[in-house]
Design a binder for this molecule. Structure first.
Ligand SMILES: [Fe+2]
Ligand SMILES: [Fe+2]
Length: 282
């Protein structure tokens, strides 16, 4: 039996699901190497092999990564993209449009997921004898909800894009991060209009999800990151300073919101958690 206050990797995974109000383990989240009786855990956004060696040397029982580390979290990753369809349909986008946008994203991702070296990090953790897990979507879902609820609570009537950005800065991670919230398309004084936070679905929705949103009544899309190629295509479609807005909140800042929520709950259960590798400390 575990000692009072001690958690194992399954307890930690279950706690993350409970905080995210999820009943199933998302495809991008897994325990690679289980650990019992976790007293000290090291939590980072990205984890590599050297980190595992250092963690072992420093006496950690477990390394928790946010981004997928291997195993099913890497191989099955494209499945989690279907959560983009849930977000789109909740905001009034027709189900068949949402499904086809998700299919397009999955087709882009599946060959890479299939080719990935899914056992590199887990095999190193096994050699070292240290626990390894990744908690991706549960943390992102917590973060999405915090952003969504903060905006809902803080926006006054007929807001402009700048008002939404101001409201988001009430979240400590956005204040503390070294990146700023950036408007990548549209205008800061545009009406915010109908808006949606597209986060907590594997990765940003790229062109397909933004297009499905903009074509079906959403004026302002919030992403946590986007690559330059997708952005350029969106500028071609909607105009760099047109009426459709794309707010990019910042990768590490946004990921840290949900991660920190989980870290606080783990510490409340007396697991000693140290954060590193990009988690914005607030
Ligand atoms: Fe994330
Ligand atoms: Fe991320």
């Amino acid at each position: 039996m575990a000692l009072p206050g001690a958690m194992d990797t399954q307890d930690i995974l279950d706690l993350s699901l409970a905080l995210a109000k999820q009943s199933d383990i998302p495809a991008d989240t897994t325990i690679n190497v289980p650990a019992k009786d976790v007293r000290r855990a090291l939590f980072g956004v990205d984890v590599d092999a050297a980190d595992l060696v250092i963690a072992k040397e420093k006496g950690y029982d477990l390394v928790i990564a946010h981004h997928p580390t291997g195993g099913s979290a890497v191989l099955e990753f494209p499945k989690v993209l279907s959560k983009h369809a849930d977000i789109l349909t909740r905001h009034g986008v027709p189900a068949e449009v949402a499904a086809s946008a998700v299919r397009e994203m999955q087709e882009d991702r599946e060959p890479r997921a299939h080719a990935e070296n899914y056992d590199r990090l887990p095999s190193i953790a096994r050699l070292l004898g240290i626990g390894l897990m990744c908690i991706h979507n549960p943390c992102d879902e917590i973060g999405r909800r915090v952003m969504d609820e903060t905006l809902r609570a803080g926006l006054r009537s007929s807001p402009r894009v700048r008002d939404a950005i101001d409201v988001l800065y009430s979240i400590p991670e956005f204040q503390a991060a070294k990146t700023r919230i950036v408007l990548r398309m549209g205008k800061i004084d545009n009406p915010l209009g109908k808006w949606a936070v597209h986060h907590g679905a594997g990765t940003n929705g790229g062109v397909p999800i933004a297009r499905a949103a903009y074509e079906h009544g959403i004026d302002t899309v919030f992403y946590i990151h986007i690559d330059a190629g997708a952005l350029r295509r969106l500028w071609e479609l909607y105009g760099r300073e047109g009426s459709k807005n794309l707010v990019v909140t910042g990768h590490l800042a946004s990921d840290s919101i949900g991660i920190n929520a989980l870290v606080r709950e783990l510490r409340a259960r007396r697991v000693r958690v140290d954060t590193y590798s990009g988690i914005v400390d607030v």
